[in-house]
Ligand binder design. Structure first.
Ligand code: GLN
Length: 306
């Protein structure tokens, strides 16, 4: 039986209100700290084409690490299993921007969703496309059917000016031979890629091909074969919410990818994609109210992959 999604979203919207002041907006990217913390939006894109939304679901926000999912999907669709020679598939158990494992694991990042792994994806795409960030943007526009999706160049510039950790990660990988393009090219492209902005409604639609086994539901365009889509879902579950992935799987029970802009995209395979946004983050860099909203969503709808 289809749950009453409209009623469930209204319930969640009311329930998250006390949490909206508890999280902290990301401040290491100065421009992100200008966003008001007490905002919340949520949108569903069901595979039958029906949509539901509540709160600020039409408000644009910075996707940040959620773009790592689109970069990975693009790289995986073009390069296939060759990417695994340069990046692993294990959770890191460390913060997304940590350098410690990278040194003793000789420049091979644990997975494509930590910054080191995402920088390798940018490098792979930079070899293949004239500008990897533009390739990811065009990919995002095509899967969301929204030509208006764009970079936020103020955010990109703000990140680039303070990207000391990402430069350090990139230089370390360059030294180990796991970055083929110049560090500056990779960081510039990565910062622009991370600055792509979407609304919750756009993000849910953009992610829906991963809920429909790799095929865009409204156009029938196959982005990934069924097996590859299953594998990306597995990576989202184990690595998509940084070092909180275990707790997220326990509480929410869905494959998901989060970003420090406060967004989270989660999938109910075969049924729907759900996007949530609230810029206040918890200590692991995941949206505090967003994670709670998804936890309530899977509880109230009795949805889970388990
Ligand atoms: N652009 C951000 C960074 O590299 C993305 C991090 C995130 O969303 N977790 O730090």
């Amino acid at each position: 039986m289809t749950p009453d999604y409209a009623a469930i979203l209204a319930t969640i919207h009311a329930e998250v209100q006390p949490l909206l002041s508890e999280g902290k907006v990301a401040s290491y990217i100065p421009q992100l700290s200008t966003v008001a913390v007490d905002q919340f939006g949520m949108a569903l894109y069901c595979l039958d084409g029906s949509t539901y939304e509540v709160g600020a679901a039409q408000q644009k926000f910075s996707l940040q690490s959620i773009t790592k999912l689109f970069a990975l999907a693009l790289a995986f669709s073009r390069e296939g299993d060759a990417i695994w020679a340069r990046v692993g598939r294990e959770p890191s158990g460390n913060p997304f921007n940590s350098l410690v494992q990278l040194e003793y694991e000789r420049g091979k990042p644990r997975n494509p969703f930590i910054n080191a792994g995402a920088l390798v994806m940018t490098d792979i795409l930079s070899t293949r496309f004239v500008q990897s960030d533009v390739a990811v943007l065009q990919f995002a526009r095509s899967i969301a059917a929204e030509a208006g999706i764009d970079f936020d160049l103020t955010v990109a510039q703000s990140e680039r000016e303070t990207a000391h950790r990402n430069y350090a990660i990139a230089h370390l990988m360059k030294d180990f031979g796991n970055l083929h393009n110049p560090v500056s090219t990779v960081i510039d492209s990565y910062c622009r890629q991370c600055s792509i902005s979407m609304t919750c409604a756009e993000l849910a639609k953009a992610g829906s091909f991963l809920a429909q086994h790799g095929t865009v539901p409204w156009s029938g365009l196959q982005i990934l074969d069924r097996s590859s889509a299953k594998r990306l879902n597995a990576l989202m579950l184990t690595c998509g919410t940084y070092d909180a992935a275990g707790d997220f799987a326990y509480r929410v029970g869905l494959p998901a990818k989060s970003g420090v802009g406060g967004g989270i995209l989660a999938l109910v395979p075969g049924e729907l994609a759900v996007a949530v946004w609230s810029p206040g983050l918890d200590a692991t860099g995941n949206s505090l109210a967003g994670t709670y909203a998804l936890e309530r969503f899977t509880t109230l709808t009795a949805r889970s992959i388990f």
